[in-house]
Design a binder for this molecule. Sequence first.
Ligand code: GLU
Length: 435
Amino acid sequence: MKVRTRFAPSPTGHVHIGNMRAAIYNWLFARHNGGEFLLRVEDTDRERSTPEAIQTLLDAMEWLKLDADGEPLYQSTRMEAHLEAAELLLSKGLAYKEDKGGLGQGECVIFKMPGTDTSFEDGIKGTLSKAAENMQDFVIVRSNGTPVFHLANVLDDIEQSITHVIRGDDHIENTYRHMALYQALDADVPKFAHLPMIINAQGKPYSKRDGDAFVGDFRDKGFLGDALFNYLALLGWSPGDDREVMTRGEMVEAFDLSRCQSSPAQVDLRKLQWMNGEYMLKLPFVEFETTCFQAVEKAGIDVDADYARAVFGQVRERIKTVADIVPMVAYFFTEEFEYDAKAVRKKLQKDGVLEMLEKVKSIFKELDVFDEASSDKAIHDFIEISGLNFGAVMAPLRLAVSGIQSGPDLFPMLEILGRDRVVGRMERTITLFLS
Ligand code: GLU
């Protein structure tokens, strides 16, 4: 039988990374098995499931390249079918009506649990069971006539011929009820696999309070969809060897529910940062360049294309996320760059720095050719003759030409800036802080 999985989110306007991880596992499982991955939008809460909330969800899936097969099924369109099924259960004596609470607000439909112990083989957690006495009858249609999650969810899984339900372990209790519903409806019970939740450093469910928790946050902060996908795939699953940065094809090939861990997985944003850096480095250079051009343009920075290309190439290895680009390159494009005030006090406003910078400036001015090799040699010769140490020359020089203490290797950077900018910047620095 063809594997059919689904992602069945209830749109709220934000897509939590835990939900997205469930979507990723369903996608990987379907693709690994040559099956289908379907989308079902559980949009019955009309207040929260606004068109914008649904769009946010679709955008997040597109960004992560989670392509679904066929058209999405919108649960809200299925109300009639849900209510018909409730009628059927009533007519078979498998459900009954009751005025819950006796408030005279009408009757709800209640599903009658069969009164047997339930047990199933969870694809991740192994055998799970629950005794009959711990399972109560439950509402499937509210007194206002609307179907409850359990009924809608099960009926739509039947409608979509879902073979494997992979979802968070907060649904385990629901699954016992759902199994009884499948049986009452004479439908095949799908296989279930419950993913352990993702947690923060304190072992609590990972939430917005712990940092970025929604897919959109990562997108806004300049992460790459492929990197977040890879990171989330490994949050609770491993290919069984020490591979971490994997192509989608490699993940599809290696994915297996039996290699999903059954204990909670802890979010480590630094690891995601690292992984994103790896993906940035793997981007084809043109794509990286385009990303950089877009970032500077968005920041309103005017650039000369050839000069900008040289700059982008120089900082490439230091860029971990798209959001790093502008802060890391901005000073290349303006002679009015800001200075790190603390670094100025510590490294620049010191005895001897003025003389040193004046001397280096005149050495630079006299070089026949001003490039990486010649500036490198000139500085090393100067250090040798002056007896100053390397840091005492390099740190003030870097600050003088960039305003900050960190950045790409200094000599190639000087070549890119070119003699005029370098000398001009040194003069400006001297005027601002040393005279
Ligand atoms: N809409 C439910 C949720 O987002 C669906 C759960 C499921 O069956 O996957 O929690």
